[in-house]
Ligand binder design. Sequence first.
Ligand SMILES: [Zn+2]
Length: 375
Amino acid sequence: MLRTNIRLFKVFGIPIEVNISWFIIFALVSWSLVSLYFPTRYPDLSVASHWGMGLVAALMLFASVVLHELGHSYVAKTHGVPIKRITLFLFGGVSQLSKESSDPITEIKIAIAGPGVSYVLMAVFFGLYFVASRGNTPQSVAPVLKYLAYVNGILGTFNLIPGFPLDGGRLLRAAIWKVTGDLRRSTYIATRVGGVVGIAFIAIGFLSVFRGLFVFGLWMVLIGFFLRQAAEASYVQVVVSSALKGVKVGDIMKTDVVTVSPELTVQDLVDSYFFRYHYDSFPVSQEGGLLGLVSLNDLKKLPRERWRDTFVRDVMQTDLTTLSVARDEDVAIVLRRAVRDQTGTLPVVEANQLVGIITRRDIMEALRVFSDLGH
Ligand SMILES: [Zn+2]
């Protein structure tokens, strides 16, 4: 469930996506603002005002998180590190860099940009709050501005906690990197600190639950587990990236590809291909051109009695931009993508022609070989 992302819109050509977990959080935040935060602080205002304030505040909070991420993205882009997408999930956002920054100073600039934006927003909202609370604006305006000033302050500060992959952890890593010149080792240390910070959050969370702060405590526990898991994943990713550094798809792809025709029936596909080759998917091609990919998963939805009168072209996936890779793509990035999209097989395409195939198993094999060689 947590793997599903929904694309919202693009800003500066960067797709903004939300993970579906985010909708739950958005609903929770809106609900707590509408029914707890604003009513307890401003009981004189009407229920309708509380609703309006809560929804506007929740939306502006969302916009603040996006702006924080755009801060990272903008600086990354100007330093030659393109951003693939921004994903908002449970606790905030992630700007997905297309590669690691090449030097610690660039990393520091990218990492600091997000909290920088959050603090600027905090200052702006405080300024607006002072103006609104002195002018004759409707009573509901100033409290929302004050809330937004606070949350942006919290957003900036939370992200500066020195546990990787939080921004503060990135800063810590870059600092160690600058001193030692060793990216892998600095990532190890920064992710270790991230793990410890995660434990601290979990501990504070449990203590809070025992002291009756149930919701706050659960939040802290949740964030703690998330931080630990993210720290772990980041370290694995850096180890993988450094072992596979410079390895391109073309270096390890297989060129003797078994393809299937779109005109084949599903029955023949199963009998003559899946049973024979034991691959989990096959590229569908006609005259060298790639039309799509057909996997075992695509067949699961189809009842067995329809196998004889259904053709490969009816069940194959045809979204080639997400299904295929190019010969000169970095294997480390392709692996990350394959894990994220849960795909095992990726056709390699050049000028619309199928030139090879790369599987997750091939990449893992290459990873093993290159790590053994101390690549
Ligand atoms: Zn950030």
